[in-house]
Write a protein of this length. Structure first.
Length: 390
């Protein structure tokens, strides 16, 4: 079966965030949106069919979680990431950002701190802050070639005994980094020794590109397994973010007891009816679609790279090792933050995520979502060329 990723889906009337909040967020609605991280590809038919089958039943009362859900997730992770997890380590959570918020509340007191490594997915900062916790920054080190490293010397300097959590984006959003086992092991050792729990957000883990591999944090060492909470979901990979089908994996007994008791008490581990159905369909039937989607995304990334090299040379795309987000290095344009946004929004009529929103180190970058039909991507690049090209 060959899937068609060139097909343009008119999202009008679906209430999608990507289009509906342009006026509110960017001050105008005549923009081509390549921002929030869902894709413009049609959700695959094996998922919609599975949901439709259930819709054919005319009663949507309380339901039990199908046992197949856990077996399916366990098998997927074993097959794709060579990580063997036990059923009791797993639970449903109602979204990964919500999972972060819940972990912040369960594992930190009000005067305690959360470490993040910017530039990074902005809810890592907003969620602890919104809960009144101090956020400690350990900015990533940007190398000459545009790749990033974790800064362990700096991490030792910024960490004190009030730091209780570190939130890790693995793979990393926005720069698309597949962290090496060695880096993760070092991070695990650092955190384990200091009793810091690592929340490893692995939502982008099933989208490694160009031959890179995702390494689950908890798999790299016993220390990593014993100091971590991993969050995962099929939502990004299969374009079903609106269905909310995330899960947590906690190998350590005492962290798990504390977290899962709290989730259970508040019934936050109880999935809504359609969520397990979508996850089961995605993980049992989605491998071929996933492979084809990733090849299409890789071609889109090459398309952006070639286009920028020849026509917009002052914008340098950082090649992602995972996922459909391209981190555009726009620093050579030598524009201020406001000027850069003005060029993209008011002149090119594009809605991207500006790098500064991801925290220190993001200034001068823009994040472009290339999970879109090539014709839309082409149109976006043309608009950029007419505004910023040679
Ligand atoms: C790293 C990362 N974590 C979490 C999310 C959102 O997950 P959820 O919708 O389950 O809260 C995103 C969405 O862009 C993301 O990039």
């Amino acid at each position: 079966m060959t899937y068609n990723f060139d097909k343009i889906i008119d999202r009008t009337g679906s209430g999608d965030l990507k289009h509906e909040v342009l006026e509110e967020r960017y001050g105008r609605s005549d923009l081509l949106p390549l921002w929030v991280a869902d894709m413009d590809f049609e959700t695959p038919a094996f998922i919609t069919e599975s949901l439709r089958q259930r819709l054919n039943h005319s009663l949507f009362g309380y339901t039990v979680v199908p046992a197949e859900l856990w077996e399916t997730i366990i098998q997927w992770i074993k097959d794709h990431h060579q990580w063997t997890i036990r059923k009791e380590w797993l639970t449903y959570i109602p979204g990964i950002v919500k999972g972060i918020g819940m972990a912040v509340n369960v594992f930190t007191k009000e005067d305690e701190k959360v470490i993040i490594q910017p530039p990074v997915y902005h809810p890592f900062r907003l969620t602890p802050k919104g809960n009144g916790r101090e956020v400690v920054y350990n900015p990533l080190k940007l190398r000459e070639d545009g790749s990033y490293d974790m800064d362990f010397e700096q991490l030792a300097e910024v960490t004190d005994e009030k730091c209780r959590l570190l939130i890790l984006s693995n793979p990393h959003n926005p720069a698309g980094i597949c962290w090496s086992a060695e880096t993760l092991r070092r991070l695990a050792h650092f955190c384990y020794e200091r009793n810091i729990i690592v929340i490893s957000d692995e939502i982008h883990s099933d989208m490694a590109l160009f031959g890179y591999r995702h390494t689950p944090f908890a798999r790299v060492s016993e220390e990593a397994a014993q100091c971590s909470i991993t969050f995962g979901a099929p939502s990004k990979t299969f374009n079903i973010a609106g269905i909310v089908s995330s899960y947590a994996i906690v190998p350590n007994d005492s962290i798990r007891r504390k977290f899962y008791t709290w989730l259970e008490a508040n019934e936050l581990n109880d999935p809504p009816l359609f969520s397990p159905l979508a996850t089961i369909a995605a993980y049992q039937q989605g491998e071929e679609w996933r492979q084809q989607m990733l090849r299409y995304v890789e071609d889109n990334i090459r398309y952006v790279e070639d286009y920028c090299r020849t026509r917009i040379p002052l914008i340098k795309p950082v090649r992602p090792e995972a996922s459909f987000l391209v981190w555009l290095d726009c620093r050579a344009l030598e524009l201020s933050h406001d000027e850069l946004i003005d060029r993209f929004v008011n002149q090119a009529h594009l809605a991207l995520n500006d790098g500064a929103m991801f925290g220190p180190g993001g200034e001068g970058f823009m994040r472009m979502n290339v999970g879109t039909p090539r014709s839309i991507l082409h149109e976006a690049l043309e608009r950029l060329y007419h505004t910023l090209g040679i």
